[in-house]
Design a binder for this molecule. Structure first.
Ligand SMILES: Nc1ncnc2c1ncn2[C@@H]1O[C@H](COP(=O)(O)OP(=O)(O)OP(=O)(O)O)[C@@H](O)[C@H]1O
Ligand SMILES: [Mg+2]
Length: 267
């Protein structure tokens, strides 16, 4: 059975997209079949996989507005021809700026929070993991993702304001759980852009650990310039620089995600 994971945090620039792309690629390396859903109008996840977001006839926008089927908006084997056979097995539902209008266009549509869930129901069992890259807000798009999801991974940037907004995010997740999706859980918190040279990063990790009860991944994603460069080449880090510290970290994270699923992980 496919597991659906939303990567969410309403704070901008905390590493959601970087995590969505590279966790997916690392899971694919482990032989998992992956569907990535870009549900952010910025389309960063789409372009990070080397797809020209402005030349897509069908995207998640058309899917939400019932203008196409889930198969019609899916790009199969998005990394075909890039890297080696280990990067195969990733399908992508792309997004672009058109999606920004959906908030208004969906007003009055019955069951608008359930559109993505209903669409994914058809195909989720074709995959081991469905990974959704959410926008930096708690809008109808994020709610659609959370309603479709089994769980949420929350990236937290190792910076001073890390905790700000976290309680609001947890509150939203709990509301969605109560009202729209009983099975929703927080999969875990992952620290991103950790800088081992500063005390601040270590302090932020300690501080968050003291304040949250949720599962925290042991893997910490380091600040690594190669992770920031990779999207401009349309490649995940496991292809762009497979020996980098960023690639190693996302491989570790993928192993933790899999281990937690098979009941061997902590918590
Ligand atoms: N571990 C890292 N090391 C270095 N740079 C990183 C790392 N993670 C992310 N970045 C860079 O930080 C910026 C923000 O990351 P990213 O786009 O993944 O965040 P986001 O949460 O998806 O942002 P948004 O809220 O706008 O969608 C990007 O330029 C990205 O390349
Ligand atoms: Mg993003």
């Amino acid at each position: 059975m496919g597991k659906i994971i939303a990567i969410a945090n309403q704070k901008g620039g905390v590493g959601k997209t970087t995590t969505a792309i590279n966790l997916s690629a690392a899971l694919a390396e482990e032989g998992k079949k992956i569907l990535v859903v870009d549900i952010d109008p910025q389309g960063n996840c789409t372009s990070g996989f080397g797809v020209d977001k402005n030349r897509q006839e069908n995207t998640v926008y058309e899917l939400l507005l019932d203008d196409c089927s889930i198969n019609e908006c899916m790009i199969r084997d998005v990394l075909k021809g890039i890297g080696d056979e280990k990067t195969s097995g990733i399908d992508l539902i792309p997004s672009n700026v058109n999606l920004a209008a959906s908030e208004i266009e969906l007003i009055g549509i019955p069951r608008k929070e359930f559109i993505l869930r209903d669409a994914l129901d058809y195909i989720k069992d074709d995959y081991d993991y469905v990974i959704m890259d959410c926008p930096p807000s708690l809008n109808v798009l994020t709610v659609n993702a959370m309603t479709a999801a089994d769980s949420v991974i929350v990236p937290i940037q190792c910076e001073y304001y890390a905790l700000e907004g976290l309680s609001q995010l947890i509150h939203t997740i709990n509301l969605v759980k109560e009202r729209l999706n009983r099975r929703l859980d927080i999969e875990g918190i992952v620290f991103t852009m950790y800088d081992a040279r500063t005390n601040l990063s270590a302090q932020v990790v300690e501080n968050v650990k003291q304040h949250v009860e949720q599962h925290i991944y042991e893997t910490v994603i380091p600040r690594n310039i190669r992770l920031a460069e990779a999207p401009s080449y349309g490649e995940p880090i496991t292809v762009y620089d497979k020996k980098s510290s960023g690639a190693a970290a996302y491989r570790e994270l993928a192993k933790e995600v899999i281990a937690k699923d098979s009941g061997r992980g902590v918590n």
